[in-house]
Design a protein around this ligand. Sequence first.
Ligand code: ZN
Length: 248
Amino acid sequence: MLTDRDRERYSRQILMDRLGEEGQERLKSSTVGVFGCGGLGTITSLYFAAAGVGRLVLVDSQKPDLSNLNRQVLHWEKDVTEGVSKAESAKYKLSNFNRDIVVEAHTAMVTEDNIEEFFGETDMVVDCLDNFESRLLLNRFCIETGRPMVYAAVHGFYGQLTSIIPGKTPCLRCIFPESPPPEPFFPIIGVTPGVLGLLEATETIKNIVGLPGTLRGELLIVDLLSYEMGKVKTGFDNQCSVCGKWRK
Ligand SMILES: [Zn+2]
């Protein structure tokens, strides 16, 4: 299934015992949804494109503004001036970076009624969102459709990451029974979604290839000020309104 060009382009990662041609084929045949094309989404999607994930589905409703550019590195000044949407802006750069992959862009508000349209054909969805309401919508969709998701969140110099595997790990609602208050203009410096976006891409690639050491049932907490990183176990909430009934 790999072409000679694939074997050359990805030769250095195919050399890795843990990945090999089989792992590369898995990446190539995968469709990954990237929900949110901001600080996390521009980093994860760039490294999915670099690694040869065969198909990317990018979804974001917004256009970039100047205050996004300290962290949303696929969007450039001309995108702000020209009013290009974030999904289209990211698609343009990723398609030019790697013409061997398929990149789909959707500029749309995702709701309970249309989420299937965007992510129904993905193997996995990466949560690159900045608000908890949309995260919960994605969490519910992934649990109900048995689709794995990788969650990451950032604030200031601080971030967290986990994998949610329906039926096997606690879901986002189990981990956070209470939604945090909305904070539309939270403080953030680009290096934080940069680091967390790379960790999120790593976690997704490990899940696709089937590597050990994924964060299933564990939440990774990263503090870039103290450089402390730690994992805490996550627990099922028996009363969980999202995954409770699916586990019975
Ligand atoms: Zn749950």
